[in-house]
Design a protein around this ligand. Structure first.
Ligand SMILES: CC(C)(COP(=O)(O)OP(=O)(O)OC[C@H]1O[C@@H](n2cnc3c(N)ncnc32)[C@H](O)[C@@H]1OP(=O)(O)O)[C@@H](O)C(=O)NCCC(=O)NCCS
Length: 187
């Protein structure tokens, strides 16, 4: 397994990993559309330079990490191009999207970057997630980022352990999720 930059040819496979790990089947079209709009498409379309994939020997992605370098850029583009589509899917989903964005916005000065990470089940617990996250953080540091954060499901204790192991601190715990962040020493 190796980590490399995301390429355009990875588009469908990365989206599939996103849906597979979210336990979404093709017959659940509306939910699949929402998941991709909210948690995938912005990042791979608008900031592909911030995306990394873990690939097998045939160069097929089995995991990814992608994110935004800068919350303000993310928010502006997301609201213009992705949020309106979410609103047409469901008002409830649109509210959930706004809550997620607000929870990121609170930390945007100290932690301007955020991300999403997924590794296929068959490849988990072998260190691949940590390698992806390390690569991503090194990339952010290289661009002078002050810090990175993410919001994790409240019940996803496995992932919370993973972030702690990788140097993240808990910023808040709410019904809507656990925010965790890591600051970079840029001096
Ligand atoms: C979270 C995730 C990206 C970690 O990737 P990974 O390749 O499994 O991570 P690593 O092998 O580098 O680290 C594994 C560590 O993460 C923690 N961990 C992650 N998922 C876990 C789980 N389901 N159960 C228990 N521990 C888990 C453990 O601390 C584990 O350490 P250990 O192996 O020493 O017990 C991956 O498990 C995953 O995609 N999970 C499902 C989707 C998800 O939760 N994404 C994050 C959403 S916020």
């Amino acid at each position: 397994m190796k980590i490399r930059k995301y390429e355009k040819k990875d588009f469908d496979k990365v989206r599939n990993i996103c849906l597979t790990n979210a336990d979404i089947t093709q017959d659940n079209q509306k939910v699949a559309e929402f998941i991709l709009l909210m948690f995938c498409d912005y990042y791979i379309k608008e900031e592909p330079e911030c995306c990394f994939v873990a690939v097998d020997d045939d160069d097929n992605p089995v995991g990814y990490v992608y994110g935004t370098f800068d919350y303000d850029k993310y928010h502006k583009t997301f609201m213009e191009r992705y949020y309106p589509k979410i609103k047409t899917i469901s008002l409830k989903r649109a509210i959930a999207a706004k809550i997620e964005m607000r929870d990121h916005a609170v930390y945007k000065e100290e932690y301007p970057a955020h991300f999403h990470i997924d590794v296929l089940k068959s490849n988990q617990s072998g260190g691949l997630g940590s390698k992806l996250l390390t690569e991503f953080c090194e990339y952010l540091k290289g661009r002078g980022s002050k810090g990175v954060m993410m919001i994790c499901g409240k019940d996803n204790t496995g992932a919370q352990r993973f972030y702690k192991k990788n140097g993240f601190d808990t910023l808040h715990t709410k019904r809507t999720g656990v925010a965790m962040g890591k600051k970079f020493n840029t001096k």
